[in-house]
Ligand binder design. Structure first.
Ligand SMILES: [Zn+2]
Length: 74
């Protein structure tokens, strides 16, 4: 698909690192399946993946951990 950020790049399937901040917790997810723009590097995760990341970051925030790194497992 066409990248909506730079409007010139095309996205290709790959692995992204996504960082989410929630209630004072910073959660980093590595190896997240995503469409990545070949021009600007913007990553696009689908709805299912995004839901899972939000759920995991919520769980992490509840434990009171300030910074956490997860390897995404589908
Ligand atoms: Zn782009």
């Amino acid at each position: 698909m066409k990248c909506v950020i730079c409007k010139t790049g095309e996205t290709k399937p790959g692995k992204a690192t996504v960082t989410l901040n929630r209630n004072g917790s910073t959660v980093v997810f590595k190896d997240v399946p995503a469409e990545i723009c070949t021009t600007c590097g913007e990553d696009y995760t689908d709805e299912e993946v995004t839901e899972r990341l939000l759920e995991l970051s919520r769980e992490t925030a509840e434990t009171g951990v300030e910074v956490a790194v997860h390897h995404y497992v589908a």
